[in-house]
Design a protein. Structure first.
Length: 159
């Protein structure tokens, strides 16, 4: 992600340099080719934020505290146009057991050419600490969504 804070009082636009590649405007989902400086209209409610193609960004439901149970899936926003990879890290959220290696890491890989998402365990999963969860996958900019149930075993999903 590239975040360009507005730092001038009463600014109505902001120049932003986007490195090479395809970038998506966070607010509109519009694709922009990088390798150049662009001018983005701004106001107090809209800071320029761009996401590189291939990014996988998780959104968990709002919680009031870390160990609160939620019944909605974690959303994975996948920005199309390039391959991407993300490691999802989970621990119990309340103890220091993560210092002893007690965590679950899940590798999430997007193959843009094949339009395939792979979700697989990166760490050995103890019986009591499986990374079972629901994911809602959202492709940007296509808007296609699918919901999956991940049980800690390798899973491939074609779009």
């Amino acid at each position: 992600m590239l975040i360009a804070p507005v730092h001038k009082k009463s600014a109505t636009s902001r120049e932003v340099y986007l490195p090479e590649g395809t970038w998506y405007d966070w607010w509109t989902g519009k694709a922009v080719e990088g390798g150049k400086t662009i001018t983005r209209q701004v106001d107090l409610s809209c800071m320029p934020i761009y996401v590189r193609a291939g990014a996988i960004i998780p959104f968990d439901p709002v919680r009031q505290y870390t160990s609160q149970k939620v019944d909605k899936p974690t959303t994975l926003k996948i920005y199309q146009g390039a391959d991407g990879q993300y490691t999802l890290y989970d621990d119990d959220g309340i103890s220091l057991d993560y210092l002893k290696g007690s965590s679950v890491q899940t590798l999430i890989t997007w193959d843009d050419g094949a339009k395939r998402l792979t979700v697989e365990p990166l760490t050995k999963q103890d019986e009591g600490k499986r990374a079972e969860r629901k994911f809602e996958i959202e492709l940007i900019p296509a808007g296609t969504t699918k919901e999956i149930r991940y049980t800690g075993q390798r899973l491939e999903l074609e779009f």
